[in-house]
Design a protein around this ligand. Structure first.
Ligand SMILES: [Zn+2]
Length: 454
């Protein structure tokens, strides 16, 4: 789920003594059939009426389409062929899918979800990992901390802010950033942030069926209040893949459970009066590959880790040094010892990763080879499996590629296009919804449309 990926090893303290990072699975009960109790009144979530649409669509938006943006965290496009997933295949037959969506670096949950909804790279929006240190603020961000609700961490506006400030109602059933009031990209520091009209604090235990049912209820609201942009997030498959080998039956079961949820969504959407004005965009944030304890390299075997002040480890690692002047020497020490990755000074990180502009990535960035992970100090000892799924590596690796499928008015039926890019999804969505996009995008306007529109 959202709180997995690389870990922060100096986040709350010093480097030494911290357990290493591997994938952590926090969604204890994401499964649709797993019988979790739900106490939260999702459908009655309190609207946040400040500074956005005020909960009412301006008249010019009321005949515009509705867009449901779905994320199946960690879904690999190959699963469409590998597993029997009739409902996702139904979506593919009705619409257009890409052979792959190219994620952004690092291929972690938070950076990719936020690039999807903002059209910029992590070096711009600032979510450079799931957990990271900000040297300018002197504090850290973590998806499992209160920082997620502080809009000042997010440096680019998500599409629900774009919609709300133009008087279009939006609603999020979970998405990174949706709990925070985020300032528009061009707003001054003194301007207030904006939230979606409807949002909820993240709770991975909410059953998939409840998420789907709630979204369908939102789409039956009266014209004036019915959200035109809706996000819907599922963590179940990501969690199953992190828990063990990718050929574990639990992975197939999770994929089928999500397919069942998509089936409920499709049937519900088909029954709506507005069904012919609906876009359904199904994405994932990254792929997955197997790693193991043997493929975990210890940083403390290469350098004196007491020189590191803060950072995070994993498939990509970030080191904030106590003495930044030591960076070239430590980089060289790591590269002399490291066979399965490469260390860079921040300014040396290859441009293609669109990463080096953010001071949040530290003085040294270590990028590991596929399936190899950098650990702070010790090998994982708590895993009871030999192999498990992980992500975070180079976005150009096929194993890291993500899912993209879309149906709706004017979308080609049964078409398969070569590949699309994560950052191009925001401009696609603003065009489908008739919104003016934010400025300063990395995503290319019209780029995806050319291949998916009839
Ligand atoms: Zn993810």
């Amino acid at each position: 789920m959202m709180r997995t990926g690389s870990g922060m090893f100096t986040y709350y303290g010093v480097v030494r003594g911290m357990a290493l990072v591997t994938a952590l699975s926090l969604a204890a009960c994401g499964g649709g059939a797993s019988g979790c109790a739900v106490a939260l009144p999702w459908a009655q979530a309190t609207p946040d009426l400040s500074d956005g649409s005020g909960g009412t669509n301006r008249p010019e938006h009321r005949d515009k389409p509705h867009l449901v943006l779905v994320s199946l965290d960690g879904f690999k496009p190959a699963y469409l062929e590998k597993f029997e997933l009739p409902n996702l295949r139904r979506v593919a037959a009705r619409g257009t899918r890409a052979r792959a969506m190219i994620p952004v670096f690092p291929t972690l949950t938070s950076p990719n979800h936020y690039s999807l909804v903002s059209g910029v790279y992590p070096e711009t929006h600032g979510l450079v990992a799931n957990s990271f240190w900000d040297p300018d603020r002197g504090e850290g961000f973590s998806l499992s901390s209160q920082a997620v609700a502080d809009g000042t961490w997010y440096h680019a506006e998500p599409i629900w802010v774009t919609a709300e400030r133009q008087g279009m109602v939006s609603a999020c059933f979970f998405w990174p950033g949706s709990e925070a009031a985020i300032r528009p990209t061009d707003a001054g520091d003194d301007q207030p942030g904006i939230r979606p009209t409807i949002w909820n604090k993240y709770d991975g235990s909410v059953p998939n069926e409840d998420r789907v049912r709630t979204v369908l209820e939102w789409l039956q609201m009266p014209d004036e209040r019915r959200p035109h942009l809706i996000t819907l997030y599922f963590s179940e498959l990501d969690s199953a893949q992190h828990d063990g080998p990718l050929d574990d039956p639990a992975v197939e079961a999770a994929a089928k459970s999500l397919d069942h949820a998509i089936g409920l969504l499709l049937d519900g959407l088909d029954a709506l009066p507005i069904r012919n004005r609906l876009y359904l965009l199904i994405t994932s944030d990254h792929g997955m590959v197997e790693t193991s304890g043997e493929q975990t390299i210890r940083l403390d075997g290469m350098i004196d880790v007491t020189e590191i002040e803060r950072g995070f480890s994993g498939p990509a690692a970030s080191l904030h040094l106590k003495d930044p002047a030591r960076a070239p020497a430590l980089r060289d020490q790591i590269n002399d010892a490291l066979e399965r990755g490469r260390a860079y000074l921040r300014q040396e990180v290859p441009e293609e990763f669109h990463y080096r502009a953010s001071p949040r990535i530290g003085d040294i960035v270590v990028i590991m080879d596929e399936a190899w992970t950098l650990a702070a100090s010790s090998r994982p000892s708590t895993r009871d499996v030999e192999r498990w799924g992980m992500h975070g590596w180079d976005p150009s690796l096929p194993s890291m590629h993500a899912l993209f499928m879309i149906t709706g008015p004017g979308i080609r039926q049964g078409a398969v296009v070569p590949e699309v890019h994560n950052v191009d999804v925001y401009p696609l969505m603003t065009e489908l919804l008739g919104l003016r996009p934010a400025g300063g995008l990395a995503g290319r306007s019209g780029h995806i449309q050319r291949s998916i529109i009839e």
